[in-house]
Design a protein. Sequence first.
Length: 237
Amino acid sequence: MRLLALVPILAILAACAGAPPRRDAADPEALLERAIAAAGGERALDRARSLSWEGEAEVHAGTTTIPLRVRTRVRPFASAHSTSWRRDETPPRPRQMRIDATGGELVLPDGTRRPMPEPMLRHERAQFAVYGLMRLLPLREAGVRRAPLPPDAQGRPGIRVEHPLAPPADLHFAPDGRLAVLTNRVPAADGNGEVTQRFLFDGTVEAAGVRWPRRLRIEHDGAPYFELRIERFEVSP
């Protein structure tokens, strides 16, 4: 009888031993505070309301890779100004893109100014809004919804963020607290539907106490789209 009584207990123990480990979602508030600390802390990030960088980039368009030099200044959720030129062009022929509350503008190498097409403007606004999420402090603001996510395939904990000025995004964090991956959906630049984006961050560049990813890679619908390697990084109030 004692052996029979042990059967259910042994069955339970065997089931527990064979079950995969639980992948519980982490507390979003604790994750966010840890990420803020890893990025330099609240005081440094609060002073970094304007972000500027210069570096090298590649745009992947099908089988073509376009090598660029870029110089960008962003005031997240407010304005952006980016200048780029091909690294294989001599002399350089810079192109500019400006976005603010009133709309968007393209400046061609010959100085011609053109209004940014509306589908492109919607796409670029959504793109540049990501830098506001990367700054992390805006994720604390009133009206922002935060929800826990289960760990991703690499075991990185995550947060689902809905900010009124950015597309909803899933953020996953490295073991040291730094933002590692951001996924969202944005309007396609040509106006045809939406694109699923995956941002991958690694390395560190620092300015005025703010620690920012040195390298940023973007995938569109699973394919390489853009890569940026920051050489110079500055912040200002």
